[in-house]
Ligand binder design. Structure first.
Ligand code: ADP
Ligand code: MG
Length: 374
């Protein structure tokens, strides 16, 4: 018996010989919140189209809770409990959020549905609870046309949830939203993930970091990589696909760089001195001659993202040597200018995560301090 909520086996989708999906394999556990990323044209939308029955696989099979979807029509798949949110909100603008939610809640109450749909695993929420969840209680009775773009997105997510699907498919929910709306959307999806399985397709990396547990990277119609966001961001193949050229440093070296960068970013800004120091040290560490070092400094600059979580990165360090190196580099970075409380707190957090013996820490700090004093 299968426990997976979704399985995609060897799916290929050909459009006149062009493979939008190419031998794609994917599976997901019930209750997962999975983020799918990939460059334009990677096949993300086609992937959702296959699940919802909009596009049929040329080869292969898609299964929902063990049931083959390939011969079902779109509305039949939707009734099985798969809801999809498209990029642009499709809400009734002249109706209020409350009315929009009521209509959606009733849409699936056909005779077929009430007779055959066994009790949905995700409980049907009341309209009032739903309005609360999507943060529109205060706007419940004003026309949806007056809502902000973000509020319309939340309303549409609420309308999907009103249909009590088990699996929610959400295509680029934060495109065009403000930073604050983006963060709220992340909170909403995280809350919904407690009672639904969710697939989110997204470009916005900071948003992905906010919500992601496991990330699947699509490229040229296949799965290129699967892992935590930190693993994704340090994987040379993924970087190559996103930036167009392969990094000349390894995933381990990338991890070191990102840990050091998180010290520098902890006060919200990356000071020029901190940046220069990190790039200089790392280039000396990883490249031997001057020309190579100069090239590497330029390259490393592209990897200095501020969306970094130490908790995910530190476990990627494999040896005590790497942990000690991460410590030294980070200590040097925070000593680059006046240590402020945020940097200091971030450094303490790093020390806790690294779990190096205190004599190792003391020695490393002394070596760096002595070097700096010179
Ligand atoms: P993504 O959503 O990751 O940007 P898509 O799934 O939309 O990618 O598209 C994957 C590839 O398949 C693209 O190269 C696109 O041009 C092609 N494609 C998608 N749909 C069709 C179609 N109906 N006919 C022909 N080519 C298509
Ligand atoms: Mg797309």
């Amino acid at each position: 018996m299968t426990a997976k909520i979704l399985e995609i086996d060897n799916v290929t989708v050909s459009f006149d010989g062009f493979k939008a999906l190419n031998n794609l394999n994917f599976s997901m556990e019930p209750g997962e919140l999975r983020v799918i990323i990939g460059p334009n044209g990677a096949g993300k939308t086609t992937f959702l189209d296959v699940i919802t029955g909009k596009v049929r696989p040329t080869i292969g099979q898609a299964r929902f809770k063990g049931r083959d979807l390939t011969s079902l029509k779109e509305h039949e798949i939707s009734r099985l409990g798969i809801g999809r949110k498209f990029q642009t909100p499709r809400v009734y603008l002249n109706l209020t959020p409350r009315e929009n939610l009521e209509i959606s809640g009733n849409r699936n109450k056909t005779v077929f549905n009430t007779l055959f749909k066994k009790q949905p695993s995700s409980e049907r929420k009341t309209i009032i609870e739903l309005l609360e969840t999507i943060g529109l209680t205060a706007q419940a009775d004003t026309p949806a046309g007056l809502l902000s773009h973000g509020q319309k997105q939340w309303l549409e997510i609420g309308m999907l949830v009103a249909q009590a699907p088990d699996l929610l498919l959400v295509d680029e929910p934060v495109a065009g939203l403000t930073d604050e709306e983006t963060e709220r959307t992340g909170e909403l999806l995280t809350a919904l993930a407690e009672s639904h399985s969710i697939i989110v397709i997204e470009h916005d990396m900071e948003f992905v970091r906010q919500i992601a547990r496991k990330v699947t990277v699509l490229h040229e119609g296949s799965v290129l990589f699967e892992g935590s966001m930190s693993q994704v961001q340090t994987d040379p193949r993924v970087i190559e696909v996103y930036l167009g050229s392969a990094p000349s440093i390894s995933a381990e070296q990338m991890t070191l760089l990102r840990i050091a960068a998180s010290m520098a970013w902890s006060d919200g800004t990356l000071e020029r001195e901190e940046k220069a120091l990190m790039l200089e040290r790392l280039s000396q560490q990883f490249a031997s001659d001057r020309e190579e070092q100069a090239h590497l400094r330029e390259e490393l600059e592209t990897y200095l993202g501020k969306d970094i979580a130490l908790e995910d990165l530190v476990p990627l360090l494999k040896t005590d040597e790497e942990r000690e190196l991460a410590l030294k580099l980070s200590y040097e970075v925070i000593c680059a200018n006046q240590i402020n409380p945020r940097e200091s707190a971030e450094y303490q957090r790093l020390l806790q995560l690294l779990q190096l013996p205190s004599d190792v820490v003391n020695r490393a700090e002394q070596i760096i301090s002595a070097g700096l004093a010179r």
